[in-house]
Design a binder for this molecule. Structure first.
Ligand SMILES: O=C(CO)COP(=O)(O)O
Length: 255
């Protein structure tokens, strides 16, 4: 079955207004296959500027805007939080939820992440749910157990059918920002495990969910990773801050 390909840029707490305009003009030069979608996730303050800059018709078809986090609450006295509705008003379509940096530095639990996923879906945003094991967990053969434990609360919260509307990003923590990438074979094996785990719950849905790889993906290693059967795209950190390099990755996405 043909799944859509997604190349997503997670700028994290990096970037500025000039990167917004450089990225928009850079991406405007690309001719991508219809099946490939580029999602750019800048920090909250840059969302309206990105949306405004990317109004060209060709860009609108190719690029979607994403946020890096969202509140599980609807509205109210939650200082510093940003709601799904606010994101939508800024033209956002995707939202990264449960990135390992949020799990580790801000102590977001899989239960909280499941609530955020439900909130995002309720309002029509597509969650990009991040899962991944630490180096110690991989070394002690815990990878599959950890990934299942991260996914199960989301399945319990939203039900497996709703996975037809989500994207999953497998990001081994030891590969994030370290220059150490999972080999294409290792990444494929883990993606295959994730799809099988979902298929054990519901075969049709498992076949539909785009599975992205994240962790030191760059212009040099993207082609082999993206060629794997169960890798449907990438979630790119460092390399998404360099317009030319990010364009190479977008062009390597399978159509
Ligand atoms: O965390 C990531 C994307 O969400 C990956 O970051 P790097 O590409 O910098 O390793």
């Amino acid at each position: 079955m043909k799944r859509r390909s997604i190349i997503a840029a997670n700028w994290k707490m990096n970037g500025n207004l000039s990167l917004v305009s450089d990225m928009v003009s850079g991406l405007n030069q690309l001719q991508l296959n219809e099946n490939v979608e580029v999602v750019v996730c800048p920090s909250f303050p840059y969302l309206p500027a990105f949306s405004y800059a990317a109004q060209d018709e060709n860009l609108q078809r190719m690029i979607q805007l994403g946020a890096q986090n969202v509140s599980e609450h609807q509205s109210g006295a939650y200082t510093g939080e940003v709601s799904t509705q606010m994101l939508q008003e800024c033209g956002v379509k995707y939202v990264i939820i449960g990135h390992s940096e949020r799990r580790n530095y801000y102590k977001e639990t899989s239960t909280l992440i499941a609530h955020k996923v439900a909130k995002a879906l309720e309002s029509g945003l597509t969650p990009i749910i991040c899962i991944g094991e630490s180096e110690m967990e991989r070394d002690s053969d815990q990878t599959n157990t950890v990934l299942s434990a991260q996914l199960q609360p989301v399945i319990d919260e939203i039900g497996i059918e709703k996975f037809a509307d989500v994207v999953i990003a497998y990001e081994p923590v030891w590969a994030i920002g370290t220059g150490k990438t999972a080999s294409p074979e290792m990444a494929q094996e883990t993606h295959h495990f994730i799809r099988t785990f979902l298929a054990d719950n519901q075969v049709d849905v498992a076949e539909k969910v785009p599975l992205l790889y994240g962790g030191s993906m760059n212009a040099a290693n993207c082609e082999k990773l993206l060629a794997q059967a169960d890798i449907d795209g990438g979630l790119i950190g460092g390399a998404s801050l360099k317009v030319d390099e990010f364009k190479v990755i977008c062009s390597a996405a399978k159509g």
